[in-house]
Design a protein around this ligand. Structure first.
Ligand code: ATP
Length: 312
């Protein structure tokens, strides 16, 4: 396997009584946005801090481009990260903040204006960062992460505080970073953003990766093979489809059935060929949120009791 990107293997970390990481393992490949999701307390931020060498682990390894963070020569040319967008000097302008970072980290100052352009902050770069909105701080944090032109980018909750225009920009921006061949790890609680942005998803739960798969595969698995059919001739449709090997279930509507075992296009062909009228044949498509809720049902640290549980 190629060493490029991030590889974490068997991370274990205990804070007193809390086992924050319990065998966390996954890899983040170049060229793909990998979403890092999971309930509160699942261990996402701890994992990111461990990858950056900010936290020590009890067991396991975290490698960036094949080396632990501390073993990287010029680490900021390998990995750029944004863990906390609030961490900046409020009295400095955005540009001065980046210049200060570049100088103190030994990075080329000529990159500063380039990254300001990249994140769309040119018009406000000479304003004090203390007056920036959270969305602008996120952009400034991402500019800082890109100063060293790293091949690995790691962002904790970058959609936080972004307005709708900012969210659209962020989705495209993350995808473009991956398209340039970078390995991109992005944590988020927003499944709709992950569905549109990430190609791959690592789902954390109770300190380990409980799923590690392509977003398309997770959605396909949660969608099942159910197809909804609406027809005024339910008995006829039922016999045609059952004969072809499908399993047919009734729905609450008189003119509806749910079919499994046959793809939607085959159902359309079979019904058409047999002269069965129908007004709708649609494959059920789950959202990433459906898939996520199913996967994490057992791993949620704090869960509200439902009204039926209260009344018991
Ligand atoms: N410095 C610390 N001291 C004590 N416990 C900690 C510390 N950092 C994290 N933890 C605990 O470790 C567990 C994992 O926390 P972590 O912040 O990594 O989760 P997370 O997945 O990032 O959560 P969130 O989605 O809320 O950001 C939690 O139970 C948390 O309370």
């Amino acid at each position: 396997m190629s060493a490029a990107g991030i590889v974490v293997a068997g991370l274990r970390k205990r804070y007193g009584a809390v086992l924050a990481l319990d065998g966390m393992s996954f890899s983040v490949r170049p060229g793909v946005v990998t979403g890092f999701v999971g309930p509160n307390g699942a261990g996402k931020s701890t994992t990111m801090r461990v990858i950056l060498g900010l936290d020590a682990v009890d067991e396991g390894t975290a490698l960036i481009n094949g080396k632990p963070y501390r073993g990287l020569r010029r680490p900021l040319n390998h990995v750029g990260s944004l863990l906390d967008a609030a961490a900046l000097h409020p009295g400095r302008t955005g540009r001065a903040h980046l210049l200060w970072l570049a100088r103190s980290q030994g990075l080329a100052a000529r990159r500063v204006d380039h990254v300001i352009e990249l994140v769309g902050l040119a018009s406000v770069a000479r304003r004090r960062a203390g007056g920036y909105s959270l969305g602008m701080r996120q952009r400034l944090g991402i500019a800082a992460a890109l100063l060293g032109d790293p091949s690995v980018v790691m962002l904790d909750e970058p959609f936080n505080g972004m307005d709708p225009d900012g969210i659209v920009w962020m989705r495209g921006f993350l995808r473009s970073l991956a398209a340039q061949g970078r390995a991109v790890l992005v944590s988020s609680h927003l499944m709709s953003e992950m569905q549109d942005t990430a190609g791959h998803l690592v789902v954390a739960g109770r300190g380990r990766a409980i799923a590690d798969a392509a977003v398309a595969d997770l959605i396909a698995a949660a969608s099942g093979d159910r197809v909804a059919v609406r027809t005024p001739a339910v008995p006829h449709a039922r016999s045609v489809l059952t004969y072809a090997g499908a399993t047919v279930a009734s729905t609450r509507e008189n003119d509806g059935i749910t079919v499994s075992g046959l793809p939607a296009d085959r159902i359309v062909t079979l019904l058409g060929r047999s002269g069965v009228p129908f007004s709708e044949v649609s494959a059920h498509r789950a959202t990433l949120e459906d898939a996520y809720l199913e996967l994490t049902r057992e791993a949620v640290e704090f869960r509200a009791v439902t009204p039926t549980e209260v009344s018991r």
